[in-house]
Design a protein around this ligand. Structure first.
Ligand code: AMP
Length: 399
């Protein structure tokens, strides 16, 4: 069977695509279609001859997928020549129904449609691309890889909120957790670096990107995670608030007359680091801190304090850990976030070595002090590779 997989990763207004060599994790061609549904959309494609950018209107997700395929045809590599073994679709929400990657058929499409109320921005976009891709590639296996699946191992006392039972039974309100594909991938890499079977490892994985989450992983299974019913909960993020007193939105609505849609928008898009300092990119935050901007300093402190609280809490949940693992754009690149988040945790056996931590690299590496009881690891995530591997495994099993 061909070992190349086309991975399609759809957001509410963007589409990432990648032709992955599943043996090596390399992208032979990849790209990003942005601002879907707006007149000033764009296609960025990376092929064998370098990068190309095209500005144009992208009317729909179907349009975006067709543009991606056009980019392969025009700039290479040729999908026909690559010989695809499967198409892997990232699907954000699998509810409590999907705990593993699944071959896509009409029944799966219906099941994902039923989950739309849980992910109203993402699942419809995922479905649109799945349907178009199935029409365009009717002879290839299509596989759905769910962001929530990895967290289906959470025990009931972790995923159940302390609200009336009917909320869960009638409305499926519970903790789901997200970033599962990334957390699963870096957990495996971390175990390899520790030289232990994953079954024997207790890890705290900090995925710090635009979204941010902490997950306690015991023997390769997610046992606690900071995102909840939605990806708004938990750590402070670029534009999302993370945890807050649930009475605050009620106060804004009932006492101050705010519209629910406005509260939703502000908590998701105008809060987090952006809400405090006006920018959500950590490179900009770092620059402003260096200039002595007090809001930037405060935003950084809030961000790192929240991470430290979760590390302490998950240490307690796991009863001790082998490693803290940083990944995601911020976790992989921002040495200051790593050291400030873990400062003062030597009593827990966690000690970052400043010089190692400062080294910039794209390689997986340890940044803990020699003799630190707990390893502190930086592991670049590769969600596309994980999706491709899982998709190919399902496709091969189905033959
Ligand atoms: P991700 O969602 O994993 O792609 O992460 C994106 C975020 O990573 C960006 O919004 C930046 O805040 C952050 N980031 C990317 N590169 C760097 C860097 N060199 N230093 C600090 N933060 C970075």
């Amino acid at each position: 069977m061909n070992r190349h997989v086309l991975v399609i990763n759809v957001g509410s207004s963007s589409l990432k695509y990648s032709l992955v060599d599943t043996d090596h994790g390399t992208a032979l061609g990849s790209g990003l279609v942005e601002r879907i549904g707006e007149p000033d959309g764009s296609v960025h494609h990376r092929g064998p001859d370098g990068d190309t950018d095209t500005a144009r209107e992208v009317r729909s997700h179907e349009d975006a997928l067709r543009l991606a395929l056009d980019a392969f045809a025009t700039h290479g590599p040729s999908l026909d020549d690559a010989g695809l073994g499967a198409i892997g679709h990232r699907v954000v929400h699998g509810g409590d129904r999907f705990s593993a990657p699944t071959l896509i058929d009409d029944e799966l499409v219906r099941a994902v449609e039923e989950l739309v109320p849980l992910a109203p921005l993402h699942n419809p976009a995922n479905l649109e691309c799945i349907q178009v891709a199935r029409r365009l590639f009717p002879n290839l296996p299509h596989v759905a890889v769910f962001d929530t699946a990895f967290h289906q191992t959470l025990p009931p006392h972790v995923y159940t909120y302390a609200v009336p039972r009917e909320w869960a039974e009638d409305h499926r309100i519970r903790r789901y957790g997200f970033h599962g594909t990334s957390v699963g991938f870096v957990s495996g890499e971390a175990a390899r670096m520790l030289g232990k079977p994953l079954e024997d490892c207790r890890l705290i994985v900090l995925h710090l990107g635009n979204g941010a989450s902490a997950t306690a992983v015991d023997g390769g299974r997610s046992v606690e995670t900071s995102m909840g019913f939605t990806p708004l909960a938990g750590l402070v993020m670029g534009t999302r608030s993370g945890d807050l007193d649930p009475a605050i939105p009620l106060h804004l609505h009932l006492r101050l007359g705010w519209k629910v849609e406005d509260i939703d928008r502000v908590l998701n898009r105008e809060s987090g680091v952006k809400g405090i300092v006006g920018h959500n990119d950590f490179r900009e935050l770092s620059r402003l801190r260096d200039e002595g901007d007090p809001d930037a300093g405060l935003a950084f402190d809030i961000y790192c304090h929240r991470i430290r609280k979760y590390v302490g809490a998950y240490f307690a949940v796991l009863g001790g850990i082998d490693a803290v693992v940083f990944t995601g754009g911020v976790g992989e690149n921002d040495a200051q976030v790593r050291s400030a988040s873990l400062r003062g945790l030597t009593r827990l056996g966690i000690e970052v070595e400043d010089e190692r931590n400062r080294v910039r690299s794209r390689e997986p590496r340890a940044v803990s002090a020699e003799g630190s009881e707990v390893a502190v690891l930086v592991v670049p995530t590769n969600e596309e590779w994980e999706i491709a591997r899982q998709a190919l495994a399902v496709a091969e099993a189905a033959v």
